[in-house]
Design a protein around this ligand. Sequence first.
Ligand code: ATP
Length: 344
Amino acid sequence: MAYLQLSNIEKYFGDHHAIKGIDLAIEKGEFVVFVGPSGCGKSTLLRLIAGLETIDKGSLQLDGRDITHLASSQRDLAMVFQSYALYPHMTVFENMSFALKLAGVEHATIRAKVEKAAAILDLGPYLARTPRELSGGQRQRVAIGRAIVRAPKVFLFDEPLSNLDAALRVQTRIEIARLHRELGATTIYVTHDQVEAMTLADRVVVLRDGRVEQHGTPLELYDHPANRFVAQFIGTPSMNVVAAKALPALANGSGDAGFVGIRPEHVHLNGHAQAGLPATVDMVESLGVETLIYARLENDVQIVSRGSERTQLHPGDRTWVTFDPDSVHHFDQAGNAEAAGASA
Ligand code: ATP
């Protein structure tokens, strides 16, 4: 049995079947990220694990104990929310120590634990301040510190970086990764941001409409997506996926009914060498480190290419598109991946 075992978990909100039977085994020390589009059920699944929603069907085991119907406070889990949920009238020290105080832990032990967590999170100078006197990033670190002092069996994060600006998101993301390395704590993290998912996770769980579409290491999902949905959800810009009959050059005998996919970095545009498929440039995005070019083939299919070279191409220019033939993904009519080179 895994450290945290979800077995056929289901959840209804009235008639709405939000979680449709999820099985997942999470190992001790693993950093697992739930990712998926808005409304897929990732926060609900986290809240079911936290005990903030009741589980309608299935079971949840943590470290050999059935916690399916246990109160949240009895589960030995700590949750960090997007909204921080700090007590505004309490100092940082009081916020971080509150749970231990409630549990009747003696003062000297509380002080030692809070000071240790504050040192890890660089919060030492702020212990006497109230949340109002802190930046957003510092508040989020207090919320994380509050979880750390409890030394829970599992840390649960619900979109913890959403309220931070772009630079602070990256910085806090790096801190969370470092924290996980140092503490080795089992962590489940919910985000809709696939870059966060890819950079933090040992394992990414892609959810859609209350079900698990696929789980695996970030690069397993990137290199071997099980279906069209995962292929297009992971990676920015998305994988190009078109009907096989619209790109027979890539279909490679896999039949007309399915789809072919190719990532933007495996698509090349050339304004001079008249090889490949003719196309017209729609849009150029020069990002400095990379260039994205959106081009339209003669059959009106739009393809995006990504390259590290800068380009002389402009919208309206004629160009020629070539593909790395070994990097083509094949999907059947239902959108499921076919083995490389397999025919339908
Ligand atoms: P987001 O990224 O937008 O937060 P999510 O994947 O976290 O989305 P959930 O919040 O888990 O999605 O919601 C899953 C589905 O369940 C949605 O259709 C939502 O409307 C519904 N839902 C969530 N909580 C409740 C509730 N308390 N009552 C009724 N329906 C709910």
